[in-house]
Design a protein around this ligand. Sequence first.
Ligand code: 13P
Length: 255
Amino acid sequence: MNKDLRRAIIAGNWKMNKTPSEAAKLIEELKAAMPEPDCEVVVCVPAIDIPAVAEAIKGSDIRLGAQNVHFEASGAFTGEISASMLAEMGVEYVIVGHSERRQYFGETNETVNLRAKAAINAGLTPIICVGETLEQREQGITDDLVSMQTKIAFNGIEKEDAINCVIAYEPVWAIGTGKTATAEQANEVCQLIRDTIGVLYDDETADGISIQYGGSMNAKNCAELLAMEDIDGGLIGGASLKAPDFSVIIEAASK
Ligand code: 13P
């Protein structure tokens, strides 16, 4: 099965939660609760928490991620953080185009593409988020929309880089609502994303790229979602803030 060849990645998106001292404490709890993971484990933390978390994860299997990155290398962009700044702090992953950034901070498909390219240029792995709102699902445009988001996000990205990117399918209506997509619904869109990558690049890239599901994934529903053929991991919000729950998800993803 192709699924066995792909990296399973469980990433926590802490969103705007945890001060630096609280962040260090959560990492300690996670290290104590975590099984020997047979998957990649990432925590995407608030920028201000990065130094504390970089220190706390030393010697563990946990990798460091950020939640956003600016697309310019440097300059007059007050409040922004560049990819090379993140890389120098030991950050390896960065979430790009999360629906909350699209909704509240004017993120567009074009800026998602620019941020993904900036991340790749600095040696970071972008976790590129795509997904439809409830209204868009009800209009029947999920496939067109997600395929367009994917195509624009990967515009100008070379095949060698594309295969190392991560895509997170996050239906907006399932985020923080407790309303999870069914495993079949989630897999269907992840498969569509994989097919889109196949059209943009080739079968090898489509088979090799890791696609996560995100949206109310938790300790109870994770096993069913992660067992699906086209779901290679999870991007987890609320449940990643509780070490025991996050550990169960890591365990479920460990092959
Ligand atoms: P929840 O797991 O809290 O629904 O959040 C999902 C998410 O947005 C992860 O990026």
